[in-house]
Design a protein. Structure first.
Length: 344
């Protein structure tokens, strides 16, 4: 049974990326350093305050997964559609707050972001990566899956685990997430299909959220994703300090439903209008994404059978690498040379 830091289910990943950072660093000489340090330190602080104020149930549950250059990615294991929605809203509110305090009037930089979902232990996996470089026992029969599970199960605290290991996630959902994040823009927070499904179902079920809109940024062939078939990239509109000229122009010509030829503006519909299409994608052959959120309002989100099956398999693994070799059944012969060969 999974224990320690080894928790099964769907994990939400939230990305925030600095735009125009290369230009700023090239022109600002040393002036860029303070802004970047603020991004790495102040953004998490603002996020913690936002979560505590708006969705206290998520307090202390979001944690840094990766810092990749100009991008921060946090993760949180979600328990319901509402938690997914609350986490996304807190994240976007923090993005706006950081822009206002540190970027808009001081730099040419802005923020963009998105969200994707991974589900462990199937189709994705949680991985414990050793921090130290060590020579392994060449004679070990070590089962790497069992070792990984034992390491995660025996971790009694994130702080203690982080001393010797890095927590990582691998799998098709992670690959898809990074592909989709490339379509993020300042005004549009991009979503993988699984995150879109959770959010739009929640928006549709919650009367206070039904005025929110589902945006489609087109269908795109993503390298290595779904066999190259066009993948729908969904988004929700980010709250900004002020509407962009493009947003105002798109609204003027069709109220946003038909943005026409306005560059980087996209059509939107009500959440209820797109749910059937999303369900069709998620039930299509060879679709890799999954949702396993036991406390979800929607029954179809609560259980993903491969999660249960793979957990059973992992729990039954046995590491025999340290067992003594049993030679009782076959002691061998003192002289193992065939009788028809000459002895030296």
């Amino acid at each position: 049974m999974a224990a320690g830091l080894n928790r099964d289910g769907s994990v939400l990943f939230l990305s925030c990326d600095l735009q125009n950072s290369t230009q700023f660093k090239q022109k600002s000489t040393d002036g860029w350093v303070a802004t970047f340090l603020a991004f790495y330190s102040e953004f998490p602080s603002l996020l913690a305050a936002q979560v505590a104020a708006a969705c206290p149930g998520l307090t202390d549950r979001l944690s840094l997964w990766k810092a990749i250059g100009d991008e921060l990615i946090f993760s949180v294991r979600i328990r319901s559609e509402r938690e997914c929605s609350d986490a996304v809203d807190a994240w976007m509110a923090t993005m706006l707050q950081f822009e206002i305090q540190h970027l808009l009037e001081k730099t040419p930089m802005t923020l963009k972001g998105g969200a994707f979902l991974a589900t462990v232990p199937a189709p994705d996996r949680r991985v414990a990566i050793p921090r130290s470089v060590a020579i392994s026992d060449g004679g070990s029969q070590l089962d790497v899956e069992e070792t990984n599970e034992a390491t995660l199960n025996n971790a009694d605290s994130a702080a203690g685990f982080a001393v010797d290991f890095v927590m990582d996630f691998v799998g098709p959902s992670i690959d898809t997430g990074f592909r989709v994040l490339k379509f993020a823009a300042r005004g549009y927070f991009v979503l993988t299909v699984e995150v879109a499904h959770l959010l739009f179902k929640h928006y549709n079920d919650d009367r206070t959220q039904r005025d929110r809109r589902a945006y489609l940024l087109g269908t795109h062939s993503l390298k290595g994703v779904w066999g190259g078939r066009p993948y729908p990239v969904f988004a929700i509109e980010r709250p900004l300090q002020a509407a962009t000229p493009e947003q105002l122009l798109a609204k003027a010509f069709g109220d946003g439903n038909n943005p026409g030829l306005v560059t980087d503006e996209y059509p939107h519909r009500s959440p209820s209008d797109v749910l059937e299409a999303i369900e069709a994608y998620r039930s299509a052959e060879a679709w890799q994404g999954a949702v396993h959120v036991p406390d979800a309002h929607e029954p179809d989100f609560r259980t993903y059978q491969p999660v249960i099956d793979v957990r059973r398999y992992l729990d039954n693994l046995t590491d025999t690498s340290e067992d003594r070799l049993d030679t009782a059944e076959d002691q061998g012969e003192e002289n193992s040379v065939d009788d028809d060969l000459p002895l030296n």
